[in-house]
Design a protein around this ligand. Structure first.
Ligand SMILES: [Fe+2]
Length: 511
């Protein structure tokens, strides 16, 4: 393995022909089995953050046998896959400082239109990507939600199912797109999908290498090739249980936290088709006419206070403990008054109150979720009630299980005080609770206790891996829970297991 810095030193001391002979790569992240037909765009293409007139398109160059500081790439965008009529085209530079990733914010596009795009470097051409702009004022929209895609735990078959579903307009990834652990540090590596680099990632080059590995996965590559993504990070894009000033999985021996956080964020912005704003905040919204406002939160890095260990901590109810932070809270309340019929909130960790078990006769909660930040949540829910806000749907990742629940403040079956509904999306691959134990009786008891302790829950599946599609019209929002039958082989089949409907104005789940 040749480190990037080592390579740049080597070009000073050995001849150009020697480099060509050795076929040195700029990038040390890549396994030897690269598809030569894709050179130098081995990592495919991606698109994201669509609006009614613009979309981000992305690719990455990996060059062999030559090295230039700046590389110019050209791109073409067309309404047809044969590119006979070009809608937009141009040139863009990329450098080592961007890990030779390429991002273009293509503007001047038509609303609700499918576009095809590709990149060129010299005579080489990338695969063709397909994307779609948002509609100005549609009567319906289908959004797929995905979360928690650990490479080691299984094949990304669920991403392929998303790619193959023609009804999905946009894919929202709620975070844990990568995991930071060393091989076997969290995943089960028995099917041979082992993390690279073979260490916990802490530096910029480490994070870049990990993204490069994930983005060579053919199922993930296909999903990015065929669908526009809207992504946000959770904790594992940097380190487990991250917050503004640290993370459970960051130790002093691993260097400075802020440098590590900066490295993780930089690699994320390089590798994900995310529009970068001057404020450099990841929370953002996509208004889709009168139908819906898609609000994407950052409950990790923007304003989260440190997690406490238990609800007995004397600071548990402190009003200055936040999961959003002041600026994002203000921004969210503005977004919730968008005027669109539905407020769809893409959110990392469970919002609604939920008991996870009991210790010493005291009910426990998930301290890394909104349950760990009760003062800020109450402030928000009180504001919901004051505004008589309707049609708020939370869609949440992080939890590695599927839930459907109504958000009320009293934890009862009485639906009159519901303020919103929430769907928790299971993982693409990351371990559900059944993958940590063979004790079926214990699992059944755990699931039964969840349902008994949480009357606001309408559904729980703690076994399957998949994604959720939210189909929204002005009359209703329908959540469709899809699962792969198997992620430990490549032969998993797709099934639709559960449907829930929320009628406009109700905040009540109907099967
Ligand atoms: Fe996760």
């Amino acid at each position: 393995m040749i480190r990037l810095i080592g390579f740049s030193v080597m070009v000073c001391v050995i001849s150009f022909s020697a480099i060509a002979q050795k076929k040195l790569r700029i990038d040390d992240a890549l396994p030897p089995e690269l598809n030569p037909n894709m050179a130098p765009f081995y990592h495919g293409v991606a698109s994201g953050d669509p609006t009614q007139s613009a979309v981000i398109i992305w690719t990455k160059l990996t060059l062999e046998s030559s090295f230039k500081k700046d590389i110019t790439v050209s791109y073409k965008v067309s309404e047809t896959p044969d590119f006979k009529v070009i809608a937009q085209s141009g040139k863009v530079n990329t450098t080592l400082a961007k890990d030779y990733t390429v991002k273009v914010d293509v503007t001047g596009l038509k609303e609700h239109t499918t576009y095809y795009y590709c990149f060129y470097y010299k005579k080489k051409r990338s695969i063709t990507g397909q994307t779609k702009t948002l509609a100005e004022n549609p009567t319906e929209m289908s959004i797929a939600f995905a979360a928690c895609s650990n490479y080691e735990w299984g094949y990304f078959t669920n991403y392929r199912f998303i790619a193959e579903n023609p009804k999905i307009d946009v894919v929202v990834h709620l975070g844990d797109y990568i995991y930071e652990y060393a091989p076997g540090g969290y995943g089960d590596t028995t099917i041979g999908r082992k993390h690279v680099p073979a260490k916990e990632i802490t530096t910029l080059q480490d994070y870049r290498t990990r993204y490069a590995q994930y983005r060579l996965d053919p199922d993930l590559q296909l999903a990015h090739q065929l669908k526009p993504f809207v992504t946000t990070w959770d904790d594992h894009e940097i380190a487990n249980n991250a917050y503004v000033d640290g993370a459970q999985n960051h130790q002093e021996t691993e260097g400075d936290w802020y440098e590590r956080k900066h490295a993780g964020k930089q690699a994320y912005y390089e590798w994900m088709p995310v529009r970068e704003t001057p404020e450099h905040e990841l929370y953002r919204a996509f208004r889709v006419g009168n139908l819906l406002n898609l609000i994407i939160l950052d409950t990790r890095i923007a304003g989260r206070s440190v997690q406490l260990d238990s609800i007995s901590d004397p600071h548990f109810q402190d009003v200055d403990r936040t999961i959003l932070g002041t600026d994002q809270y203000q921004w969210l309340t503005q977004q919730l008054k968008s005027g669109s019929k539905w407020q769809i909130i893409g959110n990392q960790v469970p919002f609604g109150p939920m008991y996870t078990g009991a210790e010493n006769n005291t009910k426990q909660v998930y301290m890394d979720g909104w349950d760990g930040y009760p003062a800020e949540r109450k402030r928000l829910i009180d504001w919901f009630a004051l505004q008589a806000l309707e049609n708020v749907v939370w869609v949440t990742g992080d939890y590695h299980a599927s839930f459907a629940m109504e958000n009320d403040l009293t934890g009862t079956k009485d639906t009159s005080d519901n303020v919103s509904v929430e769907f928790i999306v299971t993982s693409i691959t990351s371990a559900n609770s059944d993958e940590w134990t063979d004790n079926q009786a214990e699992l059944d008891a755990e699931q039964a206790a969840y349902m008994a302790n949480n009357p606001q829950l309408r559904y729980l599946n703690g076994v399957d891996h998949g994604f959720m599609v939210l189909h929204v019209t002005s009359e209703k929002a329908e959540a469709q829970f899809y699962y792969a039958s198997d992620i430990r082989t490549k032969t998993g089949k797709l099934r639709l297991e559960k449907l829930f409907t929320v009628l406009s104005g109700s905040s009540v789940l109907k099967e």
